[in-house]
Structure formats: structure tokens, C-alpha cells
Design a protein around this ligand. Structure first.
Ligand SMILES: [Zn+2]
Length: 100
């Protein structure tokens, strides 16, 4: 399953996450649109402290639909400029490498 971005019915502008009003035309009607892929523009390494400290990577992904999404990356080989597939898993968004 892929995450969704939201397309303004009035002006076609796409937003993520969902908003009450379109930032461009102030329209209030949106249509969910599946967003399956994008390109990594930034990578951030984050650390979780606690009983089991761990490090994970977050990618800033410019989706093919337009809006920028933040996704978790499990594959250490993913780099800036890579095309990734976006997937919804365990309530989060993940960016998986696309092998071409
Ligand atoms: Zn609009």
C-alpha cells in the first residue's frame, strides 16, 4: 500500500499532509491520490534513546505527485538523488530503494 497526497479539486495543487484549506486557492475540497514513488533530496540519521537505543535513517522525499514527504529508510545504501518507492507499513511511511 502506498501513502496518499491530497489534490485540490479546484486548482489541482497537491498537499501533504491533508489540510482544511488549499494554500493556493483556499478551496476546501480534496481528493486523495496514491503516491507510490519519489526522489530522495535529504537524508537524516536519527537516534532513539531508551532501553534499546537504535539509529535509523529518515529521508526527505520529493514525491512524484509534488509534495515533500518524510519517510523511514531501512536500506543503508539509499543516497540523495535516488528514486525510491513509497510504502505505508506499520502506520509509517517507508522509502524503499528502486532497482533499475
Ligand atoms: Zn486549490
Amino acid at each position: 500500500m502506498s501513502p496518499s497526497v491530497f489534490r485540490c479539486v479546484q486548482c489541482d495543487h497537491r498537499v501533504f499532509p491533508a489540510r482544511f484549506l488549499c494554500p493556493k486557492c483556499h478551496g476546501d475540497e480534496f481528493e486523495a491520490q496514491t503516491c507510490a514513488s519519489g526522489v530522495v533530496t535529504e537524508l537524516t540519521r536519527s537516534a532513539i534513546s531508551g532501553e534499546e537505543p537504535s539509529v535509523y535513517m529518515l529521508a526527505t522525499v520529493t514525491s512524484d505527485a509534488g509534495p515533500v514527504l518524510i519517510a523511514r529508510v531501512l536500506d543503508e545504501a539509499v543516497q540523495r538523488g535516488d528514486k525510491v518507492a513509497l510504502a505505508l507499513r506499520d502506520g509509517g511511511i517507508y522509502a524503499d530503494p528502486v532497482r533499475e
